[in-house]
Design a protein around this ligand. Structure first.
Ligand SMILES: [Zn+2]
Length: 237
């Protein structure tokens, strides 16, 4: 018997009353679960066996899958169903993390952050784009590419003027060193904004002013390091 926290990222009907669930687990990356009888109304697994469900489960291993023996729902982010924008952003986050969990060594902090992002998407009424950008920037940082926005990559000096941000080199070049790298021009105020997004909690993200250029920069930065940019759900946002 294994106790594991899971987040359901895909549900597929199976047999008459069962589902095969694709899930992110807190400590084992992406796994597949069989939820037996969960399509019967009186099943104790109904709520935990739906897309977005975050549950604490007891599992038994069966070949390359897991069978859910019991599950306690922690959250199903119900409000996502009441706001189509929040729902689309949540689907993008799921597609993103589903790809990342498959391709990289998995960290429980990424699981916790994903659950937290879905929580705030389901409570916010706006700022979904900023929240998602914060998620993207924190995700790429947790994957090992945390940028230091406040120090020059080349000379190490504290940056306090306009500079260049290099996606390829993963950081900032100060005005004295711009020749060392090709990058995107960023104003000092934009640098401070990026740093703030990286260090802020999701619940405070709404108060930060973020322009489209920075939203794109963050997304391109993430996509560069995960090596993928054609996420299907992104087309809906
Ligand atoms: Zn420098």
């Amino acid at each position: 018997m294994i106790n594991e926290e899971v987040l359901i990222i895909k549900e597929v009907n199976y047999n008459e009353n069962d589902k095969i669930l694709h899930a992110l687990s807190r400590t084992n990356g992406k796994i597949q679960l069989i939820s037996r009888g969960c399509r019967k109304n009186n099943s104790h697994l109904v709520n935990a066996s739906q897309l977005f469900a975050h549950s604490a489960c007891s599992l038994t291993k069966s070949r390359d899958m897991y069978i859910i023996t019991s599950a306690e729902l922690i959250d199903n982010f119900y409000n996502l169903k009441n706001n189509i924008d929040a729902y689309y952003y949540a689907n993008y986050i799921i597609e993103l993390i589903s790809y990342v969990a498959q391709e990289n060594e998995y960290d429980y902090k990424i699981f916790d952050m994903t659950v937290s992002a879905l929580h705030y998407l389901s409570c916010f009424t706006e700022n979904f784009d900023k929240l998602t950008a914060a998620y993207e920037l924190k995700l790429v940082s947790m994957l090992g590419y945390r940028p230091d926005f406040l120090h020059c990559l080349s000379c190490g000096a504290t940056v306090f003027t306009d500079a260049k941000f290099s996606i390829k080199e993963g950081g900032v070049f100060c005005s004295k060193c711009v020749n060392y790298g090709n990058g995107i021009n960023v104003t000092y105020s934009e640098i401070l904004t990026l740093d703030k997004i990286l260090k802020s909690k999701f619940e405070n993200i709404g108060s930060i002013e973020v322009n489209t250029k920075l939203l794109n920069l963050i997304r391109n930065f993430l996509f560069y390091y995960i090596g993928k940019d054609n996420f299907t759900t992104l087309k809906l946002i």
